[in-house]
Design a protein around this ligand. Structure first.
Ligand SMILES: [Zn+2]
Length: 447
């Protein structure tokens, strides 16, 4: 740790030594759960983890007994957007540091202790990114800054200067994002079900990918179509931020992705699923409702909203889109393509934190095991992001931890049985201790 990082780590409670003892450990690597484990947190980081029988409690340590509970790494959501909405109203004017920090506290409350933002953030994201090694009640932030949009085509948000028309402009934009501190580079290749005139052409996408690699950064592409996935794979893209959703992936593409090490960084199954509903199916679930205001709930439940969504020209396309996304994710997993967990939460009606737990559930429904889904959301995401001090429960890592009352390996929905969330060894308020915009009694019991 450099001098700068030490300065940035000056928040209180860091010097405390904490012992968590007698839990079942799911360490994030994919290794089977281990009973009767303990760990020691010193200065925000895990300094020891192992069998309770070998625990040597340091003098003066605070001890938390977690018998019957499950400890795993905090979740990482590899695909989010921050500060786009106030409630469900979407407008770039809502993108303030205050609103972003509010959303980062909500992610943390749901046990999502790190997020990676994918390309719709103003430059104010970079000072927030810089704080990721500081202790606090907010999720850590990795970011691409602004993603690259081809003029007039899909992607980005109105009001951000992120459109390019030529390969030279594309290279210049990549260099600017890298200079600002982007962790990786994002590009969009889509045309909104053919409603837009063109998609980003290969001469632009290949320039983005080449320049990012020259700058030492990975690239992640928004894709929808099989053909674009195949072309981007040829061009050397590092990852996809969504599943292929227009048709089944075949052995040719799977083989190419595997040979070139392309990741399915995010399958965004919760995003695709959310579009298939006129009225979202979890409006009476306290795990959801605690995170939103009564006004948002009322809007989400309104018959007018349901009618409007159902009448949209693209509405019938979403169910087959979701099926392709789930089937293709399962095929990739089976073929040995590396994958992470990402939701694309943040835009209107795609909810921070809640969607990460829904995503895990949908990944399992698609065909991976609960352990594989958890591994994707922890060590695999950290590996892709190059985030060396998060993602597993191991000595030297930040003590970013999710403590559960029930076993998520037995039922992935038990990821919602959140007893405690730690960021750098400090407990943060969980969603079960949160009650947005109403009296506590009105928030519904924890199941
Ligand atoms: Zn996105």
């Amino acid at each position: 740790m450099g001098a700068l990082a030490v300065l940035a780590c000056s928040a209180p409670s860091g010097a405390e030594t904490i012992v968590l003892r007698d839990f079942t450990l799911i360490d994030g690597t994919g290794r089977a759960a281990m009973a009767n484990q303990s760990l020691i947190v010193s200065d925000g980081r895990i300094s020891w983890v192992g069998p309770s029988a070998r625990l040597k409690v340091p003098a003066g340590a605070r001890i938390e007994r977690l018998k019957g509970k499950y400890v795993m790494p905090g979740l990482i959501d590899s695909h989010v957007h921050l500060g786009l909405v106030d409630g469900i109203a979407q407008n770039l004017q809502y993108q303030t540091a205050e609103n972003i920090e509010k959303q980062l506290r909500l992610y943390a409350a749901y046990g999502v202790t790190t997020v990676q933002t994918l390309g719709t953030e103003k430059d104010l994201i970079f000072p927030i990114q810089q704080m990721r090694q500081r202790r606090g009640a907010m999720s850590r932030v990795y970011t691409v800054g602004q993603g690259v949009v081809f003029k007039g085509s899909y992607g980005g948000v109105p009001g951000l200067d992120q459109s390019v028309a030529t390969p030279a402009e594309a290279r210049d934009m990549v260099d600017r994002q890298v200079a600002k501190g982007a962790d990786l580079i994002k590009l969009w290749v889509d045309d909104e079900f053919g409603m837009l005139e063109e998609r980003m052409p290969p001469q632009i996408s290949s320039a983005v990918i080449d320049e990012a690699h020259k700058d030492g950064k990975k690239t992640v592409a928004h894709i929808f179509y099989y053909d674009n996935a195949a072309e981007l794979t040829r061009e050397g893209v590092d990852a996809f931020a969504h599943s292929v959703r227009d048709r089944a992936v075949d052995d040719a593409l799977l083989g190419q992705m595997k040979a070139k090490g392309v990741w399915q960084m995010a399958a965004t199954l919760s995003r695709e699923a959310s579009f298939t509903y006129r009225t979202l199916p979890f409006l009476d679930d306290p795990f959801f409702t605690r995170g939103v205001t009564p006004a948002v709930l009322k809007e989400l439940a309104s018959p007018e909203r349901a009618a409007k969504l159902g009448a949209a020209p693209n509405f019938p396309k979403y169910a087959p889109t979701l099926r392709h996304a789930m089937d293709n994710f399962a095929r990739e997993a089976k073929a040995g393509i590396r994958y992470g967990m990402g939701t694309d939460s943040g835009p209107t009606a795609r909810f921070p934190g809640y969607f990460a737990h829904w995503e895990l559930e949908l990944m399992v429904k698609a065909g991976v095991t609960p352990m594989q889904a958890i591994t994707a959301a922890t060590s695999a995401n950290a590996e892709f992001m190059g985030a060396k001090d998060i993602g597993t429960v191991a000595p030297g890592k930040w003590a970013d931890l999710l403590v559960l009352d029930r076993n998520p390996i037995a039922d992935i929905r038990n990821s919602r049985a959140i007893d405690a969330v730690y960021i750098a060894g400090s407990k943060v308020p969980t969603i079960w201790q949160t009650c947005t915009g109403r009296p506590a009694a009105a928030c519904g019991a924890r199941p």
